[in-house]
Design a protein around this ligand. Structure first.
Ligand SMILES: [Zn+2]
Length: 93
């Protein structure tokens, strides 16, 4: 997120300052502006993809969907303890 913002600001500054005297500023500034806008979108998409853990309960095979921020949870079906390890559902100890 911060990288995208930095690129956006850099692109804006370059196209405003250098762009007034030469077209070189626009050549460098516009790609930076676009990169600054697109990069945060890619990063957000990656974050969303990594946040969901789905699988079957290791005890009763019921389908479970949770976030990888969850360390452990109880199965809604059989109430047994499940631990999230490396994006997979494992039996809790
Ligand atoms: Zn279960």
């Amino acid at each position: 997120m911060a990288v995208g913002l930095l690129l956006f600001i850099a692109g804006l500054v370059i196209s405003l300052t250098v762009g007034q005297s030469a077209s070189i500023g626009l050549i460098f500034g516009i790609p930076l502006l676009i990169a600054g806008l697109v990069l945060p979108l890619f990063m957000m998409r990656d974050l969303l993809q990594h946040n969901v853990v789905s699988g079957n309960c290791p005890y009763c095979d019921a389908p479970i969907k949770t976030s990888d921020a969850t360390i452990r949870l109880n199965c809604p079906n059989c109430k047994n303890l499940i631990e999230i390890r490396e994006m997979t559902l494992q039996r809790g100890e």
